[in-house]
Write a new protein. Sequence first.
Length: 320
Amino acid sequence: MRRTGVVLSIAIVFALLSISVAAVPVFVETETTPINSFELDPITQDVAIQTEVETIFEEKEAEPEIAESYSSSELSLTEKNYGANVEVDETSTTMTIKSYYGSPTKLQIGDEGSSAKNVVIAEGAFRNCKTLTTVDLGSFPTTKTLTIDFAAFYGCENLTTVTLPAGTVTFGGYAFYGTPWISTLRGEDSQKLAITNGVVIDGCSAKGDIVIPNTVTAIAPQAFAYNSKITSITMTTISEIPYRAFANCSNLESASLAYVKTISNSAFSKANKLTTIKDCDNLETIGELALNSCSSLTSFDTSALSNFKTVERNAFQYCT
């Protein structure tokens, strides 16, 4: 116990001082305040997530600025054709799908070889699209980057089929939250984790002591946010805990972070029963508000750190 107290005091001193030691074809077929500190039932959890998402988009509800708009009733896999009712921004290297109009049922992104571009499906691009049933990104070139941003397909309540490319995909928080496809992924995992492309994109239905599989290399932002049913988390292949990954996890008590180098901003914010963080020998950076309001934290083992560099401001705010 003496060692634990010394270790924690070192971490808190660090925090208080804030030391910083291709044109890709796209086809569209037509036809309040976060809740914390108590256990959330699934309905309340959904409300908390909905409140967070909708609050973020409140300021983005103005009519979108359209850079380019394409519309066609006949779709071709071989011609540059962005389909009906899709708004895009293009640069020399990247195409961003900004939003949609109408009632799309299918989004398909293919490969135009040497003309292919990196693709970003922007924040909320298809948010609450009730008609979308299929997203086919399986032919997207693995030599280019694909980003599915925050809440890109959030609330697409009829989206049952999603095909992703074999390469690396970057996921934003709540990218597919509220879709039947996410429910299917959860049902395929014994811990109720939605895992695809080596990423845990949703852990909101997980319970108890969670061990991230060693085939997983990343966790999406907000993946476990507001989950009041997990009690511990163990990971051995994750290098970064992203933004709000375990925020408001009100019954999370311990975290084993064997390979983690970065605890990002607000990663464990308001996990107010978190008492122990251990096995963090590789830790280099603790982000802003990373452990904000973790009022039960008593053991943070930093004794074996060799590459530690930075504690951002207010990383341990309201830790007693």
